[in-house]
Design a protein around this ligand. Structure first.
Ligand SMILES: Cc1cc2nc3c(=O)[nH]c(=O)nc-3n(C[C@H](O)[C@H](O)[C@H](O)COP(=O)(O)O)c2cc1C
Length: 177
């Protein structure tokens, strides 16, 4: 699933969303070899939700957002990815995606994946007018705004982009790649 018949890899972008965060880490812990791109906010959020370090499969390559030019985007020019997953995707990251902004690692990876015609699967946090979410210490109810819901809807019209709204749907789509 993760390395396809052409020996291409899966790329995964993780952003700073508490919603779906732990579930995504669980999915990743069971994947084969893949490349993980971590937003600055995700680096902070991971420490709030996981008491100990997240476990990733051996050979996972992890890239943090440490360069102004988002240097790891260079991998996309080498044609090494068959699919990009962005999960979970914050409302911030989705707003930037639909506005065509590339000013950090997550947004640059998405933009370059699109420009290199790599299909992308995005697990959006804000797909319903209200949902329960896990804050670091307890469950809370949140009410995504009209702008957040509109941005998610706009992203669905992007070429080569599949937007999913649940962990179950993400797992189903991942099984097919
Ligand atoms: C504990 C915690 C939980 C958060 N959960 C969410 C969330 O579920 N959805 C969201 O859109 N933003 C959430 N945020 C806010 C984002 O981390 C913030 O908008 C950040 O700027 C996103 O950066 P990124 O999109 O580059 O990862 C959370 C922040 C914290 C501290």
């Amino acid at each position: 699933m993760i390395k396809n018949s052409n020996n291409k890899r899966l790329g995964w972008v993780i952003t700073g969303s508490g919603h779906f965060f732990e579930e995504c880490l669980d999915i990743m812990s069971e994947l084969g070899e893949f490349d993980l791109f971590v937003s600055k906010a995700a680096e902070e959020v991971i420490r709030m939700y996981r008491k100990k370090n997240a476990q990733f499969p051996k050979d996972t390559r992890i890239f943090k957002d440490t360069t102004a030019s988002s240097a790891p985007v260079g991998f996309f020019y080498k044609n090494i990815y068959h699919t990009l997953v962005v999960a979970p995707a914050t409302s911030n990251t989705i707003a930037k995606f639909v506005a065509g902004i590339s000013d950090n690692l997550a947004t640059n990876i998405f933009a370059q994946a699109g420009k290199c015609k790599v299909p992308c699967i995005v697990l959006a946090c804000d797909t319903e007018p209200e949902h329960d979410t896990k804050a670091p210490s307890k469950m809370v109810k949140v009410y995504p705004r009209k702008i957040d819901l509109e941005n998610t809807k706009k992203l669905k019209s992007f070429e080569l982009t599949t937007v999913v709204s649940s962990v179950e749907d993400l797992k189903k789509v991942l099984k097919k790649i």
